[in-house]
Design a protein around this ligand. Structure first.
Ligand code: ATP
Length: 675
């Protein structure tokens, strides 16, 4: 705080008030951040920079924040760069006059494309000093690359990268590739942005807190004051809450600049059209564990439906309210406008035109706007019952025509977050449930309320769990029902929602969602496909993927063929620098992939193994050498609704490992199927 509030020497002398923020200034801050792993220091650098932006060029606050969090737009806008390693290598080669073969060779040796770009630029003689890049210019360039479509899109993307690289300053610091640091080079950070990983240890949460600090310091400074610790804490709390309800910097930052951070809650509330990150549940593996957690509190049990999470936003035509326009996401629904979003805030409207067409028939007359949390589940029209998740997967994902729909879906609503112009996330679950039941009309096979039971006794819960399984559900969700704690907590994996899955009652409590990093060629019957795969969990603090198991079980031949086809397209020459795996030669997969696919995997239990790196930094092994690994892992399904960064985190894996009853007993070495 001392540095934040003192008038330190101007660290960015080339940046004049009112002028666009120089990209070099941002990269200088990135380099300072890169030198440390201490969160407080990272936050201080980040805050200082944002404060300077507020003082000199507040108009650039939004692009600066976006470049810091490695995003071009809010998730729901669906703006993706869509660039693989090969395209980036092509662009580096062409913009620096080096052949692709040379670039590939460098990549093999250096292993970090950002540093390859630096090396390529620094060996290139420059005749003219390029016009300096600005933060807003870089964002515009990157957005241009992301939104190119149609004929020759790949070529134009390469051109876009070349344009940015040719203006990028690659000097500015001695490159020491052995230490994986490249100085404050613009080329390096542009490439890393394109790869989706700045690798600065600058988590989005850190940027959010830094932004709150910078803003409150700036506001106080203008009044000749210094913020107190309470002011700082209050500002952070406000921004965190507002962001969780309305995760869009595009909306929040202008409102914050206009009205001040302390008034932000009056201007930025949950609103139809902007999806919020859903509340998530913690795993448990016994009903007794649930009873221990909720001791002395009232709770409710609901069926845990096995389908796809859907957040439905709706505004009726005959009201003044508007559905915030997410580009392309707003769809005309009968009698109103609506959007359906996935767990990931992706637009599902093109997948579920059948839901949009019927939505208005489930709504009572005086229900004019709402945000509904529900599960869309495949439905057997003849038998009038829920079908397994696999059926839902056979539905087309895009441009579905209602007349072609073969797999019907039924919507099971379990929460209501917004109703008739008012956000209701802070109300208790009991109140929200009452409002939900009052606002909608169930229609058999189309729209149901989640089946629930408020009994608090072990026997009742056991019977209800058995019934849920008979009704083809995955198990139960048990939720706090009354009081402040039962409010809806967007984006949180909360202790106030617990899940009990039938399959995990005696195991580790949950399946894991893991990222595919590599594969091994098949043997015997599997020679034409990959026979086994290397999987990893995600560590958001270090922005790295930590390996957790090899897997070769649970795949049908058809699935193996499909996976081979999809994965062959994202093969890379060597592991990314942010893959953490043991270096032993015999443990390396035959091929490596870009981090793109997330698979759900079941396991018997967890054990420690020197071969894997999961949770190494979570202190599970006192020597720090061993990571956690899965025993007898089994493939369940591809999780299209999760991005690699949303895979099970190292911390969650460590939590599961610690909770395992038999941690103290020796389990023997990890078992890798098919090896
Ligand atoms: P998984 O779906 O594998 O359990 P997850 O990380 O996607 O993991 P969890 O929090 O673990 O999400 O489980 C909650 C999920 O269960 C929700 O995202 C939702 O899709 C689904 N679900 C089904 N029925 C309910 C219900 N009654 N209440 C809340 N969520 C439900």
């Amino acid at each position: 705080q001392t540095k934040l509030t003192s008038k330190a020497k101007d660290p960015f002398p080339d940046w004049k008030p009112g002028e666009p923020v120089p990209y070099a200034a941002l990269c200088k801050t990135f380099s300072l951040i890169e030198l440390t792993t201490k969160r407080l220091i990272i936050m201080e650098h980040c805050s200082l920079f944002l404060r300077q932006v507020l003082r000199l060029t507040p108009d650039d606050l939004l692009p600066t924040v976006l470049l810091m969090i490695n995003k071009l737009a809010p998730d729901y806008a669906g703006v993706e760069l869509g660039i693989g390693e090969s395209l980036i290598m092509k662009a580096i080669g062409e913009s620096t006059g080096r052949s692709l073969a040379v670039i590939k060779q460098d990549q093999k040796e250096i292993g970090d494309l950002g540093l390859v770009a630096v090396k390529s630029r620094s060996t290139q003689p420059t005749m003219f000093k390029p016009k300096p890049l600005t933060v807003r210019g870089v964002l515009k360039g990157l957005l241009g690359i992301a939104t190119v479509s149609g004929n020759g899109a790949q070529g134009r993307k390469v051109d876009g990268i070349k344009k940015l690289l040719s203006s990028a300053d690659a000097s500015g610091g001695k490159v020491d590739i052995t230490k994986d640091k490249g100085g404050p080079s613009e080329a390096k950070f542009i490439i890393r942005f394109l790869e989706g990983k700045l690798r600065l240890g600058l988590a989005e949460k850190t940027v959010l807190v830094s932004l709150a600090q910078a803003m409150i310091c700036h506001e106080k400074e203008k009044k000749g004051q210094v913020p107190s610790t309470t002011d700082m804490a209050e500002a952070e709390g406000i921004l965190k809450t507002v962001y969780s309800e309305l995760p869009s910097y595009d909306v929040i930052i202008p409102a914050m600049l206009n009205h001040g951070i302390m008034n932000l809650r009056d201007h930025c509330k949950l609103r139809p059209g902007v999806p919020l990150k859903p509340m998530l549940a913690k795993p448990t593996k016994a009903i007794t564990e649930v009873l221990d957690r909720f001791e002395g509190q009232t709770f409710t049990c609901e069926y845990k439906y096995d389908g796809e999470r859907a957040q439905i936003h709706y505004v009726a035509k005959d009201t003044d309210e508007k559905l915030e326009a997410a580009p392309g996401a707003t769809k005309e629904a009968a009698a109103g406008v609506a959007s359906i979003f996935s767990r990931n805030s992706e637009d599902l409207s093109k997948k579920y035109p059948d839901i949009l067409a019927k939505l208005h028939t489930w709504v009572k007359e005086d229900t004019k706007s709402f945000v509904l949390d529900c599960e869309s589940v495949a439905w057997d029209v003849d038998e009038k019952k829920v079908l397994p998740f696999q059926q839902l997967m056979t539905r087309k994902k895009k441009d579905v025509k209602i007349e072609d729909v073969k797999v019907k879906v039924c919507v099971f609503a379990f929460d209501l977050l917004y109703l008739n112009g008012e956000a209701i996330v802070e109300k208790s679950l009991r109140e929200r449930r009452e409002l939900l039941h009052k606002a909608f009309l169930p229609v058999e096979g189309e729209f149901h309320f989640a089946t629930s039971m408020d009994g608090q006794e072990l026997d009742e819960i056991q019977t209800f769990l058995d019934e849920s399984v008979k009704a083809s559900c995955e198990g139960l969700m048990v939720k706090m029902l009354d009081g402040k704690e039962s409010g809806y907590e967007p984006s949180k994996r909360s202790r106030n929602w617990l899940k009990i899955k039938k399959d995990y009652l005696s195991g580790i409590g949950d399946s894991l969602d893991l990222v595919v990093l590599g594969a091994y060629y098949g043997k015997g019957k599997r020679t034409s496909v990959y026979g086994a795969f290397l999987l990893a969990c995600y560590n958001p603090s270090s922005e790295s993927y930590e390996t957790v198991c090899n897997i070769g079980t649970g795949f049908s031949e058809v699935v193996l063929e499909e996976l081979h086809k999809a994965l062959s397209e994202i093969v890379i020459d060597r592991p990314k620098p942010f893959y953490s795996h043991s270096s032993g030669g015999q443990h390396q997969p035959d091929v490596w992939f870009e981090p793109r696919y997330v698979w759900e995997v079941k396991t018997a239990d967890l054990t420690l193994s020197p071969r894997y790196k999961a949770g190494c930094k979570e202190g599970v092994d006192p020597s720090g050498d061993k990571g956690i690994s899965l025993r007898f892992p089994r493939f369940i399904k591809v999780r299209d609704d999760k991005k690699p960064d949303e895979a099970t985190s190292s911390r969650q894996v460590a939590e599961m490992y610690r909770k395992q009853e038999s941690v103290s007993k020796s389990k023997g070495p990890a078992v890798d199927d098919d090896f």
